[in-house]
Ligand binder design. Structure first.
Ligand SMILES: Cc1cc2nc3c(=O)[nH]c(=O)nc-3n(C[C@H](O)[C@H](O)[C@H](O)COP(=O)(O)O)c2cc1C
Length: 315
């Protein structure tokens, strides 16, 4: 059975990756997960200088999901290259680094340094809802996005370039096309959706930052819709993210057009989720007698609707 998928010129042994910010720098999960089995590790967003993040509380549970406003706490580029990257390089797995800058120049510096250090992929975070400067500012303005992606493109030689777009833009198709035309090898969808939770006993927000990013199963159907819309607009591969808890969820994303998936919040619930998703995909392919996983990418038959009796997901 062929589980390999291609993201630009990067070939992954299987389509299952870790979503940025939910798997540390890989090492934190190595007690539970053999990193060699993953398609790739996408590490926590890295900035030029270390960042402390937002004041606590920074996470809270919500129905079928969670809110976070971590605010890009990270060790910074220098320590990442010195301490974190050498550890990941010991494994035979793709290394993709999520980056966040306050200016185009910062994104260029980060990309160049990481490309020179031999990472397999760079994921441009232009969709972080939890920082005051940078992030989403670059992903919600068409001209700025085009300028950023094309400038970074020119400074990256070997790594693949992935753009992680915000889900809450006027037209995901237009923004996807801009990412493609400006030189991205792939698009990641989706990042968290800005949301608020309030404690009615105190009248206070549950997060110190008031607004956080909603993730987990609550956002999955939205993410599937966005992936499908983007898939219909571009030719470059899409990495599907949002509420994947098991293999069925991952396969649903692939039917909608994702060439690969990344698993986020599920890592907090079950640190072995990624491996269980890989094994579940294998079982599905075996049961359906599908020899190559690539056959299911974009396999959604939108010309027919489901038989009603198949539409019950719970009970
Ligand atoms: C605690 C936490 C931290 C995150 N940090 C980042 C980050 O640094 N960069 C980024 O692009 N996305 C970050 N994300 C977003 C995830 O990578 C992912 O896009 C989102 O959570 C949706 O997937 P999920 O529902 O499987 O968690 C973070 C999400 C969570 C929950």
């Amino acid at each position: 059975m062929d589980l390999t998928v291609n993201i630009g010129h990067l070939k992954l042994k299987n389509p299952v990756m870790t979503a940025s910010g939910t798997f540390g720098y890989g090492e934190e999960y190595s007690e539970f997960v053999d990193l060699n089995r993953l398609g790739a590790v996408i590490v926590k967003g890295i900035s030029l200088k270390p960042m402390e993040g937002n004041p606590p509380p920074r996470i809270c549970e919500t129905p079928c999901g969670m809110l976070n406003a971590i605010g890009l706490q990270n060790v910074g580029l220098k320590r990442f290259l010195k301490e974190k990257l050498p550890y990941l390089k010991k494994y035979n797995t793709g290394i993709i680094v999520n980056i966040l800058g306050n200016s185009i120049q910062e994104y260029i510096k980060l990309s160049k340094a990481l490309d020179d250090a031999g990472v397999d992929g760079i994921e441009l975070n232009v969709s972080c809802p939890n920082v005051k400067k940078g992030g989403i500012i670059f992903g919600t303005d068409k001209k700025t996005l085009a300028r950023l992606v094309s400038k970074v493109r020119n400074s990256v030689k070997s790594a693949i370039l992935i753009t992680k777009l915000p889900p809450n833009v006027s037209s995901i198709q237009e923004f996807s096309k801009i990412a493609e035309e400006s030189g991205s090898n792939a698009i990641s969808l989706i990042n968290t959706i800005p949301a608020i939770a309030i404690d009615i006993e105190t009248g206070r927000p549950r997060l110190a930052n008031v607004i956080g990013g909603l993730s987990g199963p609550a956002i999955k159907p939205i993410a599937i819709r966005i992936v499908w819309e983007s898939y219909n607009a571009v030719k470059i591969p899409i990495i599907g993210i949002g509420g994947i808890m098991n293999a069925a969820d991952a396969i649903e994303f692939m039917f909608a057009g994702a060439s690969a998936v990344a698993i986020g919040t599920a890592n907090f619930v079950n640190p072995m989720s990624t491996i269980e998703v890989i094994e579940g995909i294998e079982e599905y392919l075996k049961r359906k007698k599908i020899e190559d996983i690539k056959e299911i990418i974009g396999g959604l038959d939108a010309t027919k609707s489901n038989n009603y009796s198949h539409n019950r997901l719970w009970l």
